[in-house]
Design a protein around this ligand. Structure first.
Ligand code: FES
Ligand code: FES
Length: 164
């Protein structure tokens, strides 16, 4: 946990995965540490902790953000969705099967961030996304294992039903 000792504290009230939460936390606590350490939502992974790898991707008010670069205090009043909150999401359900079929994960460390980013894309599409759109969306999510092809194919398959 990256908390600065002696710093001031703030109240954070947010809706996280559909549930109202209220915690008093250090003012400089990151949203990622808030989710992982205070709410025990450890599906939000931490890799680089400097905005590069995308492992910490969550949605805030429907847009994907890097939770390591955002303060918990900045999420006050917002609606936050982590990978745990996508359990009943139709796009996430299709993605889970497609990632398996296309061998789109190996160690799985990057997978929660990729699922969140892909679900945000599929949620705002009105028709199946093109491959370059998928690749651009996932360009901020680093995977050390798969070579990306299986991930992109999985998102394209999951996106086939968008708009139908
Ligand atoms: S841990 Fe946030 S972008 Fe890498
Ligand atoms: S599956 Fe291992 S980092 Fe992506």
């Amino acid at each position: 946990m990256n908390e600065i000792p002696g710093g001031s504290e703030v109240d954070v009230r947010a809706t996280v995965n559909g549930a109202a939460v209220h915690r008093t936390v250090p003012a400089r606590l990151s949203l990622a540490d808030f989710l992982r350490d205070h709410l025990r939502l450890t599906g939000t992974h931490l890799g680089c902790e400097q905005g590069v790898c995308g492992a910490c991707t969550v949605m805030v008010d429907g847009r994907s953000v890097r939770a390591c670069l955002m303060l918990a205090a900045q999420a006050d009043g917002s609606e936050v969705t982590t990978v745990e909150g996508l359990e009943d999401n139709e796009h996430a359900a299709r993605l889970r099967g497609a990632l398996s079929r296309h061998h789109g994960l190996q160690c799985g460390f990057c997978t929660p961030g990729i699922v969140v980013a892909a679900c945000e894309l599929l949620g705002r599409c009105t028709q199946p996304p093109a491959e370059d759109e998928v690749r651009e969306t996932l360009s901020g999510n680093i995977c050390r294992c798969t070579g990306y092809t299986g991930i992109v194919d999985a998102v394209l398959e999951a996106g086939q039903s968008v708009g139908s």
